[in-house]
Design a protein. Structure first.
Length: 106
């Protein structure tokens, strides 16, 4: 089960720095719980993802993301919450959907 995230504030906040379309935004139950426990919002992770910030990715994976933007391939990011929980953010190749999830939910 996934929860749809309102895109209004996210779209406005990331529009100028966004490197690619995000599509509809969803979060898994584990990601929702991790964000609630950390007292953080999905928006900050979506903004980092949309700006292609490296986060927890290796240099090689970051290069792959930069390549993927122009080639319309899937974009994958990973960040840690303030509590140290790793979150993945994935935008599908067709840019129709971006999901925040825990690695175990992948």
């Amino acid at each position: 089960m996934q929860a749809k995230v309102s895109t209004t504030n996210t779209e406005t906040a990331t529009q100028s720095a966004r490197r690619f379309p995000l599509g509809s935004l969803f979060m898994t139950p584990g990601a929702i719980e991790a964000l609630e426990e950390a007292g953080q919002s999905a928006q900050e992770f979506i903004c980092c993802h949309a700006r292609l910030e490296q986060g927890e990715l290796s240099d090689e994976d970051q290069k792959e993301n930069l390549f993927s933007v122009d080639q319309h391939l899937r974009i994958f990011s990973a960040y840690k919450t303030a509590q140290g929980v790793k979150l993945c953010v994935i935008t599908e190749a067709d840019r129709s959907l971006t999901t925040i999830l825990l690695p175990a939910e992948y």
